[in-house]
Structure formats: C-alpha cells, structure tokens
Design a binder for this molecule. Structure first.
Ligand code: MG
Length: 203
C-alpha cells in the first residue's frame, strides 16, 4: 500500500508558506508505517520541535491502474475520507533550504492519521466537498474540493503516468490555509461537511 500526498494544491496555503504555484501537481510519498488509524493517539516525536497539522481530503483507490485518462479517473476511487498530513516543519524547512528530499519531514511513523471514509455515492458532488479541522474545539482550517488547483481526476491521471495505482492506496489531496503547530495534549478533529470522521489526541 502506498500513500501519495499532493503538495501546493490550494492557492491560499501556497501563499501562507511563500511557495510558488506549481505548473504540474507536486507529489511525494509516505510509507505504509506512517498510517495511523482508528483514532489512535499521535505521539509527538523526539526529533522535531515543530510538528504541524495539515488537514486534507483523502481518496481511497479501488482498482489497479496506470496511465489513467482523466475522463476515467473517477472510476478509480470509491471512498473519500479525511486525514492529517503531519509534518515536521522544522525538518522540512531545513530540507528545502538544502534542496534535500522531504522523506524525514513528511514520512515518519504516524505522520498520516486517517479517519473513516464515506462512499463516493453518498456525496452530492465531489467537486464541492467542504471540510474543516478543529483544534481543541476551534476551527483552524476550512477547505472545499472546488478550490483545488488540481482536482481529483487530474491528480489520479498525473500520478498514474509515473507510478501504478493499486487497490488500497491512499491519495492525500493537499491542504488549505491555516496549517499550524500542535503540542502535547491537543485534540484534532476533522470533518467532511458536519460529519466528524477523525479524532486524534496528541500525546
Ligand atoms: Mg500536505
């Protein structure tokens, strides 16, 4: 199982981190050991002092595919959920400065908490999915799939030109503005619409 993550897919988030708008989707991978499920707690790792949350819609891939055309891309996922792309921002900033990969900053153990999934058929319009993240009861991030620079079908088509998608793979589709640090004791709760799908305590 692979976990793909799209970076820089919402204009407001690109601006808050002073990045450039990409001319094609930016993606990276997390290993399967990054996955954190069943609302288990996230343990703050010792190698970072600046762990950030990034709430993102997550696609679950339902069949094998490569070089998928955009017009067929929607048939390759049947569930959409919500996840957190936990990021060691201090390690990422250092890697960016040195032009080094993001594996440590993005792929560490437990860096991909994922909540419950919704069957696509239950969503009215996949191009209009509202989601948000609450930190200790206060909403800190709000997004809508309609605001993505590269929508789901573009992402699937692009990734599959390079890497085969397999059943059970996840695609994190990028975060809107409002990313920020967590500390031990924080509670993160992520919603699609008004349905809470993920709860994660920082320990
Ligand atoms: Mg992200």
């Amino acid at each position: 199982m692979k976990i793909f993550c799209i970076g820089r897919n919402y204009v407001d988030h690109i601006k808050e981190l002073n990045n450039a708008i990409p001319s094609s989707p930016v993606f990276f991978l997390k290993p399967d050991t990054a996955l954190l499920i069943r609302n288990r707690p996230f343990y703050y790792p010792s190698f970072s002092t600046e762990i950030h949350y990034e709430v993102e819609l997550v696609l679950k891939i339902c069949k094998v595919g490569k070089r998928i055309q955009k017009r067929f891309a929607h048939t390759y996922y049947d569930e959409i959920g919500i996840g957190l792309d936990m990021t060691a921002r201090d390690l990422q900033d250092s890697a960016k400065q040195k032009g080094l990969p993001w594996a440590l900053a993005k792929g560490f153990d437990q860096s991909a908490p994922v909540g419950a999934f919704i069957p696509v058929g239950r969503l009215k319009d996949t191009a209009d999915i509202s989601f948000h993240l609450d930190l200790n009861g206060n909403t800190v991030q709000r997004g809508n799939s309609g605001l993505m620079i590269y929508p789901f079908d573009d992402i699937i088509s692009y990734i599959s030109d390079f890497m085969t998608l397999r059943t059970g793979d996840y695609i994190f589709t990028g975060t809107p503005a409002g990313v920020g640090p967590v500390k031990i004791g924080d509670k993160l709760e992520a919603y699609i619409g008004d349905e809470k799908l993920l709860s994660c305590l920082v320990k």
